[in-house]
Design a protein around this ligand. Structure first.
Ligand code: HEC
Length: 153
């Protein structure tokens, strides 16, 4: 007796369904807009220059005028800093600064000053300026990633 045809037909149908599923996923993934990140221009040049002045007043005494770090405070520029913050969001860094810095007077800076200083830190780390200022509310930056290396494409 011949092997019944049914099982292999079932298998073919399963394979077809799996293939369709994979295609559906591929299309859905492609349709998504690329995630916003710091290489897309997330602050303005004006904001960074205001931030520089505020940084010199509130941060430079510990983190150094060139953001290179001091006796006890870490650098806010370069590899180690960017590794620490890689794949977090601009809102995460905002909250870290807003809630814990300056270390000798945490919570003393308003949201606008914090976002200005964050813009200056981004500029110092080589992320490009854009036309939209960094918001002063962490909730508005939840989807914007800090990426130490510019993504391909
Ligand atoms: C009195 C010294 C002092 C001042 C002023 C100060 N910091 Fe700090 N900061 C530190 C120290 C010490 C640490 C590391 C220990 C810690 O996390 O609290 C730190 C850590 C940080 C970190 C985390 C770095 C990392 O790699 O994760 C950030 C970001 C930061 N500071 C930003 C700022 C900014 C922005 C200002 C100005 C608004 C500021 N700090 C002012 C002492 C200071």
């Amino acid at each position: 007796m011949r092997t019944p045809f049914k099982p292999s037909a079932g298998r073919a149908a399963l394979l077809a369904a799996t293939g369709l599923f994979a295609v559906t996923i591929a299309v859905a993934t492609r349709a998504q807009a690329p995630a916003a990140n710091v290489w897309g221009g997330v602050y303005t040049a004006d904001q960074a220059s205001r931030g520089k002045a505020a940084y010199m007043t509130s941060c430079a005494s510990c983190h150094g005028p060139a953001l290179a770090g001091g006796d006890s405070a870490p650098a806010l520029i370069g590899g180690t800093f960017l590794n620490n913050w890689n794949s977090t969001t601009t809102g995460d860094l905002f909250s870290r600064i807003h809630d814990t810095m300056p270390a000798n007077d945490p919570g003393s800076l308003g949201g606008k000053t914090v976002s200005d200083i964050e813009a200056f830190i981004f500029q110092a780390n080589g992320f490009p300026a854009g036309t939209t200022p960094l918001p002063s509310e962490p909730a508005m930056m939840a989807g914007t990633k800090i990426l130490g290396t510019k993504p391909a494409g």
